[in-house]
Unconditional design. Structure first.
Lengths: 827, 342
């Protein structure tokens, strides 16, 4: 919303110096986006008179003018040869900037130059160069009474400062999209009572036509979307240029003047925030297939596929969600959004219909979004207007049209307002107000603050701590007492509220287990050389396919930024593949990265039927160097065990994907399996009270996936579900064993089948050794495969006794038992 | 001029690490492979460069052949039925010094998470609970329970992503307010709600479609706007380790009334003007306000008895400001050289 400061003068006696207004706007009303000093923008431009004209000796398309600027006489060469002696023009002096380029990236400064051998000192401006209209072919000719030598900005009343207020902060304040509304707030903020102009409160609808009656009929078929529709017809109008004052206020408000009728509607909209529209009566009647004798206007929903030629010269296809203004048959305007070309008011128009209406803001918004049409009217209607205001503003429009176009009222005020909406009183509690704000504002001050901005105080209802107030009609945002408490707080001044900490009990807050868990793991991994990344949820069909996964289980985003970002990822690892690849392309040889985040899978839902959101942890290890022997599975397993050992959770079991049955796997596990090599990766499992919990999958990445992401062969990772990890028990650290007798340690070597698992060996040994007072500690030293059938496993076994020093023969006995067992299993 | 071989060498380097033996042979050594193509091009090379060019091609050929030869030892892996023993601590035949171990690399936690942990820690000390926000939610939580009826123009302030199934990607952590009120009620309720948010807007150095926000709510008897100012101020002073001047500007959010924009004196230049505060001396940090009675009621809290405040602050911008990150996109592009500096 653009606010020209000088325009406020007419409505309030408030102090209008710029610092003061900026302070009020930003501390009590909304956010200031920018301030433009127009005097600066129009600096160096003067009203000049053409004294003489002659042809340019060396150029057919140029003319040489002698112009008078005050007492000075200056020679200017111009491309417009149509100017006559005596014409008043806007002349820009050398050294000054063309307004249309002011504060743009290519600011144009006028210089005295020789044009084809003739000196030209300055320039005569077109409308477009002056930034006040579209015409660029001709020099703007000013009215003949324009005072020669006067600065153009003074003459055009552009010696003003315009403040641009951020619309977002005013989203619910329809009234502040009008100059009068802002004047009221600024006055209120200065403790100055504001009174709206008399015409703004005018309520008589019984004014009578002055001459011929032009018949017109309204048929409002959609009262819910159009609570009020009113019009008046004027005959005998002269459509012409507006007077300077009217053009000036529009220019300062950022609107290009068009003609007096259109300018009047725009002017009142800028003043009051009530949009108006003018139709050409004769065009309406002659275009209407059934409209020979009278104008018929219908407010209705469009039919699917119906088209309209809009004022911005586009053909727009409508559907039955869009409210239109129609003649007996065809739409003539998109209600509250944009008028139609076929009933446009132009220089030949003699009779006009002025519309002042109230439309449902939600419906206007939907139509505007659907059609992608955003106009000043849409901006205002969607902020909320009160139907009560349609009448006074229509009356003002009629009187301005009479004054500026010699129009004659040719109809009654035709009004469709089936259910007048009333404003209700709201009861305020002064103590509650002061509790909510943390203030000590007196009842008298509350009354004065509210009266200044035109609330009505029902005097008889001022009882004790309670007062009943009626918000002014244009304040459609005021519904409950809190809305008024905000008005009081704003105007009283938030800066006058003293920050005070709340009093609270000292109950400690509960720890969030998930946050704590992530924090611990983060610290373990970051201290183990891993880098945490934070990657997008968004992915593409292609990227999911590259990971061997099913794009159909991914949520699809309707309004994605691009096809690359149209799906929600179903697991985290593929994001890490991507990031690993780009790092390995740089100077990184070996990396280990991880991320905590939430993947989403269709069909995986919680109790409320919302997508179930489990936090996952993914880690990826990838290396171009041969740092570690064997399958990379073992390297990531080392990282996983580092985490769980530090957390004190164990033991986990690892089942090769190849050996596991995929039946009954949770959907999130099934979804990540295809990322991994079936013979080089395993399910991580935990057994709790006989139930198997799958924590995640770990190991070598599928070679096809590695190829697709151009990852080195030595790449492995894991993805685990923290929701499941949380279910695992941590070791009970009250059962610490600590023997004062030295352990006996020996290295044992077993020859076993190729398929014999280390875990089985470990189980046998621990089963044989561990007893109430005996504890085994086992370390695997070597696994060596000579040929393809058998392998040697070497372990270091330490046995500790709690109550005595273990003898060699006792150790020997245990060893024999172990070898016997292994032999049984081996065969 | 001699053909530039650096491109092809780089490609080979990538392929050696990613392609299987068969694929490598197919691509480079087959009849229609890269190398025989290069030999064909030899004809067009000017005579004086021919010998050098030929030498280069031969070098490349040897490079690939050697690589394939060396891989023969690893053939075992390529056999589909070679299964590893997942229960072992290392692979068969691993040499002593090349067994799996935690490598000596430079680790790091993510700068956003570092800041998040600090902030959550402060709020925990101030007596707040923590509940993490969702990443896919429904219209009720994102809008309706927050006093945005269907079709409300204020919904436009949030450029929201929607899925085909009409789930919404939260554009603010306020999507958790209703849940938090129900979970931690009856008052006193003190909770912070961190989480990822999404906005459908183009990304640039200071805007991202994905970012973190931290919502906070405090509901009890007699909670005031003055309490809100003091609570947010003490948190920020603790976090930025500096005394601050504060200001509030009016704002509009359907779920708070009164609502405001919380502004602090620039902690980096002490109001003298710097690039962080755009030479204004002040930084707009967050939206805040007194929770709208409709929001309290829809969360099962009697707005006649209780009142409360809420705020939502963006973590990415705060982190960028605090850690001197000029391009916010760096936070999510996963560049390890960047991340290792934190």
């Amino acid at each position: 919303m653009k606010l020209p400061i000088n325009s406020l003068k007419e409505y309030t006696k408030a102090k209008l110096n710029i610092e003061n207004i900026l302070h009020i706007l930003s501390s009590k009303i909304g956010e200031v986006e920018g301030v433009t000093n127009l005097s600066e923008m129009y600096d160096g431009i003067y009203v000049a008179k053409i004294l003489s004209k002659k042809d340019h000796p060396n150029a057919d398309k140029l003319a040489i003018y002698k112009v008078a600027v005050g007492k000075e006489e200056i020679q200017v060469v111009a491309g417009d040869k149509t100017l006559k002696e005596g014409d008043r023009v806007a002349y820009i002096k050398p050294g000054y900037i063309v307004p249309s380029t002011y504060k743009t990236s290519d600011e144009f400064k006028i210089k005295a130059v020789s044009m084809r051998g003739v000196l030209s000192k300055g320039m005569l401006c077109s409308e477009k160069e002056l930034n006040i209209g579209q015409n660029h072919t001709n020099v703007l000719v000013l009215p003949s009474d324009a005072p020669v030598g006067k600065p153009f900005s003074k003459y055009y009343q552009l010696d003003d400062t315009v403040i641009d207020i951020e619309n977002k902060a005013l989203t619910n304040r329809g009234d502040l999209f009008g100059i009068i509304g802002l004047a009221r707030e600024i006055a209120g903020a200065q403790n100055i009572p504001f009174e709206s102009p008399q015409w703004y409160k005018e309520n008589r609808s019984d004014i009578k036509p002055e001459g011929n009656i032009l018949p017109i009929e309204i048929n409002n078929e959609s009262q819910t979307l159009c609570p009020r529709y009113m019009i008046a017809v004027l005959d005998n109008v002269q459509v012409k240029e507006s007077p300077v004052w009217l053009k000036s206020i529009l220019i300062r408000s950022g609107i290009k003047p068009i003609n007096n009728i259109v300018d009047i509607t725009n002017y009142l909209s800028v003043l009051t925030a009530q949009p108006l529209h003018a139709f050409d009566y004769d065009k309406l009647v002659s275009n209407d297939p059934n409209g020979k004798s009278k104008a018929q206007i219908t407010v209705r929903l469009a039919r699917d596929g119906e088209r309209i030629h809009t004022l911005d010269n586009k053909i727009v296809e409508l559907n039955s969600n869009h409210l239109v203004i129609a003649d007996s048959t065809n739409p003539i305007a998109i209600a509250g959004v944009m008028g139609g070309m076929d009933t446009e008011v132009d220089e030949n128009t003699k009779r006009i219909i002025i519309e002042s209406a109230s439309f449902n803001r939600f419906s206007i918004r939907k139509t505007s979004m659907d059609l992608g049409i955003f106009t000043e009217a849409v901006t205002r209607y969607t902020r909320g207007q009160h139907p009560q205001l349609c009448l006074p503003i229509l009356l003002k429009a009629i009187s301005l049209a009479q004054e500026l176009s010699n129009g004659v009222l040719a109809s009654n005020i035709v009004d469709s307002y089936p259910e007048p909406s009333l404003t209700k009183g709201i009861s305020l509690s002064i103590p509650r107000l002061n509790i909510l704000l943390g203030t000590d504002i007196s009842k008298e001050d509350v009354i004065s603050i509210l009266k200044n901005i035109e609330y009505t105080i029902s005097e008889e209802k001022v009882e004790g701590d309670y007062i009943t107030v009626v918000p002014p009609v244009f304040r459609t945002d005021i519904l409950i007492p809190e809305d008024i408490y905000e008005d009081i707080g704003r105007i009283y001044g938030y800066e006058n509220i003293h920050p005070t900490l709340p009093l609270r009990d000292i109950t400690p807050p509960k720890k969030n287990r998930e946050i704590e868990l992530k924090k611990k793991i983060r610290s373990i991994l970051s201290n183990s050389g891993c880098n945490e990344v934070d990657t997008y949820n968004f992915t593409s069909i292609n990227a999911i396919r590259k990971s061997n996964q099913d794009p159909n289980v991914a949520y699809h985003i309707k309004n994605a930024l691009s096809p690359e970002l149209e799906l929600m990822r179903t697991s985290l690892l593929p994001s890490l593949f991507d990031k690993a690849q780009s790092n390995l392309n740089r100077n990184i040889q070996t990396l280990c990265m991880y991320e905590f985040n939430i993947p989403h899978i269709k069909g995986y839902v919680d109790n409320f039927n919302l997508p179930k959101e489990d936090w996952h942890l993914s880690l990826l290890f990838s290396s171009k160097e041969a740092l570690i022997d064997g399958n990379p599975y073992y390297e990531v397993k080392r990282y996983f065990e580092k985490i769980v050992n530090t957390l004190g959770i164990k033991p986990f079991e690892y089942e090769l994907i190849f050996d596991s049955s995929e039946v009954d796997l949770p959907i999130w596990v099934k979804n990540i399996l295809p990322l991994f090599s079936t013979t080089g990766a395993a399910l991580i499992q935990y057994f709790k009270n006989g139930n198997k919990i799958i924590i995640g999958v770990i190991g070598d990445i599928d070679s096809g996936v590695k190829n697709n992401f151009k990852l080195p062969r030595y790449t492995a990772g894991f993805e685990i579900n923290l929701e499941e990890l949380k279910r695992c028990d941590t070791l009970d650290n009250r059962k610490i064993h600590n023997s004062k007798y030295p352990p006996i340690t020996q290295d044992l070597c077993f020859t076993v089948n190729r398929d014999f698992k280390y875990k089985d060996l470990e189980t046998i040994i621990l089963d044989q050794v561990n007893a109430r007072n005996r504890i085994a500690t086992l370390e695997c030293l070597d696994i060596y495969q000579k040929d393809s059938d058998v392998k040697n496993m070497t372990v270091r076994l330490s046995i500790e006794h709690m109550e005595k020093t273990l003898t060699d023969s006792e150790y020997e006995k245990l060893r024999e038992k172990i070898f016997k067992k292994v032999l049984v299993l081996k065969n | 001029m001699l053909k530039d071989f650096s491109q092809i060498l780089k490609e080979i380097d990538d392929d050696i690490h990613t392609l299987s033996q068969v694929e490598l042979k197919q691509k480079y050594l087959s009849k229609s492979g890269v190398i025989s193509k290069m030999f064909k091009e030899l004809k067009e090379v000017p005579d004086k460069e021919k010998s050098e060019y030929g030498l280069k091609i031969n070098q490349i050929k040897t490079l690939i052949e050697d690589n394939i030869k060396n891989r023969v030892e690893e053939k075992l892996e390529d056999k589909p039925l070679f299964k590893i023993d997942p229960t072992a601590p290392f692979d068969i035949n691993s040499k002593k010094d090349k067994k799996p171990h935690i490598l000596d690399l430079r680790g790091s936690s993510h700068p956003l998470m570092q800041e998040l942990e600090k902030i959550l820690d402060i709020f925990q000390r101030m007596g707040f609970n923590i509940l993490e926000s969702r990443q896919l939610d429904d219209d009720f939580h994102m809008f309706e329970s927050l006093n945005f009826p269907k079709g409300h123009p204020a919904r436009d302030m949030y450029d929201t992503f929607w899925t085909d199934d009409n789930f919404v990607l939260p554009a603010h952590t306020s999507t958790m307010q209703n849940r938090a009120l129900r979970k931690f009620g009856p008052p006193p309720i003190r909770v912070v709600l961190p989480g990822r948010c999404f906005r459908n807007e183009a990304t640039d150095a200071s805007h991202e479609h994905t970012f973190y926000q931290i919502e906070g709510i405090y509901v009890d008897k007699d909670i005031s706007f003055a309490n809100m100012l003091a609570t947010i101020k003490s948190y920020l002073e603790e976090y930025l380790e500096k005394e601050l001047e504060i200001r509030v500007q009016p704002a509009y959010f359907p779920f708070t009334e009164p609502d405001a924009e919380f502004v602090i004196s620039c902690p980096f230049c002490n109001k003298s003007g710097c690039s962080t505060c755009h030479y204004s001396g002040w930084i707009e940090l967050m939206g805040c306000g007194m929770i709208h009675p409709n929001v309290l009621n829809s969360g099962g809290i009697d707005s006649q008895i209780y009142s409360g405040f809420a705020w939502g602050v963006g973590l990415d911008r705060l982190t960028a400001i605090k850690r001197g990150i000029t391009d916010i996109r760096k936070l999510r592009d996963g560049d390890i050289n960047f991340l290792r500096q934190f």
